[in-house]
Design a protein around this ligand. Structure first.
Ligand code: ZN
Length: 141
């Protein structure tokens, strides 16, 4: 009986597909894969333990620099074919000319000024209302 039980467990393990041996004993079965980018960063992704080996991606974008990262630490994906990582500002500068940027900045500043003026006006109105209320209450006495 114990022999058949053992083989049943073996059979189910084979049927469930390969599992990372190092991950056995985790509460939630997961497979971890570490990706290395050409800049020397590394990051780890967790996959469900029953994922098919072909579903584990061979490359993932590095969260540090955006370059593609691969599973081989000694041979990270080369970036020659890929667009170099650009900062958000670089993308913005690509889309907008300096004149447009200046105009946008002026608009943004104007909006902030408007909001501040509105806040000041609201505060002054509230103060007036308070004083008016105070007068009313004093005059009633
Ligand atoms: Zn990186």
């Amino acid at each position: 009986m114990s022999t058949t039980g053992g083989s049943a467990i073996r059979g189910s393990r084979v049927g469930a597909g390969p599992m990372g041996e190092e991950d056995r004993g985790h509460k939630v079965q997961k497979i971890f894969r570490t990706y290395y980018c050409v800049m020397g960063h590394q990051h780890t992704l967790a996959f469900a333990a029953d994922i098919l080996p072909e579903d584990i991606r061979s490359e993932n974008d590095c969260p540090n620099c955006g370059l593609p990262a691969g599973l081989d630490s000694k041979n990270p994906p080369q970036t020659a074919k890929h667009e170099p990582y650009k900062t958000h500002l670089a993308y913005v500068k690509e889309r907008r000319t300096d004149a447009e940027a200046k105009q946008l900045l002026e608009e943004a500043v104007a909006t902030v000024k408007e909001k501040r003026l509105a806040a000041v006006a609201a505060a002054q109105a509230a103060e007036k209302a308070e004083k008016a209320n105070a007068k009313k209450t004093t005059s009633k006495k």
